[in-house]
Design a protein around this ligand. Sequence first.
Ligand code: PHE
Length: 394
Amino acid sequence: MVAGPSDAPHGLKQMLSRGRFLALVGAAGSLALAGCGGSGEGDTILVGEFASLTGKEATFGISSHEGTLLAIEEMNAAGGVLGKKLELKTEDDQSKAGEPANVVNKLISKDGVVAILGEVASSRSMEAAPICQQSNIPMISPASTNPKVTETGDYIFRVCFIDPFQGTVMANFATNTLKAKKVAVFTDVKSDYSKGLAKFFKEGIAKAGGAVVSELDFNGGDKDFKGQLTAIKNAAPDAVFVPGYYTDVALIAIQAKQLGLGVPLIGGDGWESDTLVKIGGDAVEGHYFSTHYASDAASPKVTAFVDAYKKRYNGKVPDAMAALGYDSAMFLADAIKRAGSTEGPALRDALAATKEFDAVTGKMSMSPQRDAIKSAVIMQVKEGKFKFVETVAP
Ligand code: PHE
């Protein structure tokens, strides 16, 4: 019998932090579960997912979850995988540091999942990755683009491109398309994603012959950016790179507009949420960002996905995180089929061997570092919608 946290001896609970306590419970749990349904030997194949279903980046977690669930339902309707139905066990990490470790420990050790899908945010994927690696459980991030995520080890994969590419794409766009000679960079120092993307963007600008005339920081969740934005305005850049998350970016755009900073703001995939427009309104109009796919792309694969998603979720148009969630589950199932097994090492080898996989977000192959090699798209905010500008191949 697996002891739950409430069964713990009083003293033990007080001595251990919640994370360490769950890790201990987990170790016992995996023994107890070996050989039963959750480990893939029963009637279903249990797949774990952790996502920010609530909290600061909730739209990302909800989107990736909805995409993932749709993929699982479609596969089950088509008969499942290896003759078994897939079962998705989802945990909410509340967009909070500390929670990914807790919930992923639980999914692996208590529930006995065969693989983990998640997270969107790089900082949270980096928290969970060592746990998956140590447990020989493959982890597939749908949308974490910081290079460090997969550097954790050979069980950690992603179905998205990485930020050295994304940063270069936006540096070239600023230089070649916007003709910006001087740029400013405004970084969220609380986010691994933001810090990494800012660094790669600056390297790209240097290579393209541009100048970074102002570099300033903020902390994700801040509400007043006027001091930094005034300093940025005084440096007179032609464009400002803001590798932030949609909630912060929307407030930054509003305050930039109030201060009369009339140059394009540009960013990355952290911008792509309807909430950007809901909060930012007029202030985000005309600005640009890079992301993973465009829902209005003229590809049969995209159209089929968009139609199925709208049907399943009351007409909602799937964003990039939804498409990547869908792709992460499809990528896993494809590898399970090729491996003919859900055992960690066999599954890891099959995932690593993926070539030219036909994903909604584009054809993708795994690099030796277990990162997807694929194109990025650039979008512009126009009349409150995201309009496709161009595709950039790797
Ligand atoms: N690619 C981003 C990351 O790796 C996605 C993201 C951006 C997630 C912003 C949350 C917030 O973190």
